[in-house]
Ligand binder design. Structure first.
Ligand SMILES: *[C@@H]1O[C@H](CO)[C@@H](O)[C@H](O)[C@H]1NC(C)=O
Ligand SMILES: *[C@@H]1O[C@H](CO)[C@@H](O)[C@H](O)[C@H]1NC(C)=O
Ligand SMILES: *[C@@H]1O[C@H](CO)[C@@H](O)[C@H](O)[C@H]1NC(C)=O
Ligand SMILES: *[C@@H]1O[C@H](CO)[C@@H](O)[C@H](O)[C@H]1NC(C)=O
Ligand SMILES: [Cu+2]
Length: 255
């Protein structure tokens, strides 16, 4: 009895923890870039010449808006390589599965230096100034039952969940940290944050960066539990029929 119960609990626990997830790979056109895999030993991945993503130790969410891992997850060990991409091209984030339906998804960039040959390897991601280049929230319907981008990007047929986002065409060339974040709000007043970061070398002929301070944010720092879009119970009577959702953080800079 006890053994069976323990076995059952172990299986249940594996199921529940696999309900979380993260950003596994990136694609640019037909080219795939391998991300960090928390199920593979760290020593087989950290420092490998092909690695383009900051490391993340587990698929579990971050629960606190003041966690240092809100920037680029934990422990966010810097990779040696950068993904080359032209401004104006799409970077696609690949998730092998995603199960949570409620909450916004955002993509951010932070410049690591001014020269095109600069690297993000030495960057302190908690000190970088990130600006948001894309966001997807409630597309239609209600907070509780509506069609969030987070719901619409999921596939249930075993094919990967793809999240394509354009790098602004006018962006100044250089090295950038790209930060993808899924915020899951399916548990009342207990937001879950799933950030992952990679390093980019952006090429192009543009010279733009946001000039207005209102576009910039740091992690932690960008979010607060006093934000009604973060500390929210979407299933409460007061909220469940609401059909608008204000995505937290600064406005999107589109170049
Ligand atoms: C995707 O990333 C995983 C690790 O997260 C890796 O095992 C796999 O080889 C990658 N796929 C491709 C096509 O690069
Ligand atoms: C490129 O990304 C944009 C979102 O920024 C998306 O609307 C568009 O469908 C993507 N294009 C391709 C070819 O995936
Ligand atoms: C929410 O909408 C449902 C269906 O229209 C309705 O039955 C319910 O009374 C509404 N709840 C509130 C709090 O407005
Ligand atoms: C919906 O819009 C109203 C009016 O702008 C705003 O006060 C409220 O916070 C919004 N609701 C959500 C959940 O973002
Ligand atoms: Cu989860």
């Amino acid at each position: 009895m006890t053994r069976l119960l323990l076995l059952f609990l172990a299986v249940l626990n594996a199921r529940l923890s696999s309900a979380h997830g993260g950003l596994a790979n990136y694609t640019v056109g037909e080219t795939w870039y391998r991300g960090y895999d928390p199920d593979t030993p760290a020593e087989e991945q950290l420092g490998q010449p092909w690695m383009v993503q900051r490391s993340w130790a587990s698929i579990d969410p971050i629960f606190s808006v003041t966690d240092a891992g809100l920037a680029c997850n934990n422990p966010a060990v810097a990779p040696p390589s950068h993904i080359p991409i032209a401004a104006g091209d799409n970077l696609t984030a690949v998730y092998w599965y995603w199960l949570h339906p409620v909450g916004p998804m955002t993509v951010w960039l932070a410049a690591c230096g001014d020269a095109p040959d600069d690297s993000c390897e030495g960057a302190d991601v908690n000190a970088l100034s990130f600006f948001k280049v894309w966001e997807g929230g409630l597309l239609d319907g209600t907070l509780a039952e509506g069609n969030w981008y987070q719901k619409s990007f999921q596939h249930w047929d075993g094919s990967p969940d793809l999240w394509p986002v354009m790098i602004p065409a006018s962006l100044r060339p250089g090295a950038y940290v790209v930060r993808h974040e899924i915020m899951s709000l399916h548990i009342a007043n207990k937001p879950q944050f799933y950030p992952e970061c990679a390093h980019l070398t952006v090429t192009g002929t543009g010279d733009a960066l946001p000039t207005d301070e209102k576009y910039y944010a740091k992690f932690p720092g960008a979010y607060s539990m006093s934000d009604p879009s973060i500390n929210i119970d979407v299933y409460s009577d007061a909220m469940k029929n609401v059909t608008n959702y204000t995505i937290p953080g600064p406005p999107v800079w589109s170049g």
